[in-house]
Design a protein around this ligand. Structure first.
Ligand code: ADP
Ligand code: MG
Length: 191
């Protein structure tokens, strides 16, 4: 299957989850994330608001209000990150995704300890399938962001052996599903 077909198939599987399954599996993903030292030690974490039945990480913001949370806003072809606050004014962008208003304070990239990356699918090498906009590929290819710890978030049916990839696709450092968290071994360490 090519990316477009695979995206469609995985999105329809996700959309077919009942609300109870979606909530239960999202809760398990939150528990997996919370069990990690990487998460516990992170002070500033970039996250997303669940859209089209993406795993809902909302309980993390409420359980850990002392962490600094950042949410993305699409600006042209880039993502700009703003601090999330419960009272923050959100708007709906051209993709139908809720995002912070442009005048809210911006999270300096240097401060970011962990990025929780929403994925339509992921594979065992850490490659990610998104909605097709390439936003995270562009972000994570920049020098400041290349080395940031990243955890791809997907339900287990989206965690595949091998995704179709293009030269611009970047890899994530780990993948979290309701069943497991796995950290990807860098190519350079493989024998
Ligand atoms: P997604 O990663 O969202 O699943 P794709 O990998 O299919 O989407 O990429 C979508 C588009 O993003 C491609 O058309 C590609 O040209 C563009 N793109 C991705 N990364 C970069 C980059 N680093 N520089 C310029 N364009 C990029
Ligand atoms: Mg890509």
């Amino acid at each position: 299957m090519d990316k477009t077909e695979l995206r469609r198939s995985l999105l329809s599987q996700r959309q077919a989850l009942s609300s109870a399954q979606w909530q239960g599996q999202s809760q398990k993903i939150c528990e997996q994330i919370q069990s990690q030292d990487l998460f516990q030690q992170a002070k500033t974490i970039l996250v997303y608001l669940s859209h089209r039945q993406e795993p809902d990480l909302g309980s993390l913001f409420t359980v850990y209000p002392q962490k600094h949370w950042g949410l993305p806003r699409c600006q042209g072809r880039d993502l700009v990150w703003h601090y999330w606050q419960p009272e923050a004014t959100m708007i709906t962008n051209r993709y139908g995704i809720r995002e912070p208003e442009a005048n809210l304070p911006v999270v300096p990239g240097e401060e970011v300890d962990l990025i929780l990356v929403p994925c339509v699918g992921c594979d065992r090498s850490g490659y990610r399938l998104g909605y097709g906009g390439g936003y995270y590929d562009r972000l994570l290819s920049q020098p400041l962001w290349q080395t940031k710890p990243t955890l791809g978030i997907t339900f287990a049916f989206g965690y595949l052996e091998k995704l179709p990839i293009n030269p611009w696709d970047v890899t994530l450092q780990g993948v979290c599903t309701e069943q497991e968290i796995s950290y990807i071994q860098p190519e350079s360490l493989k024998t």
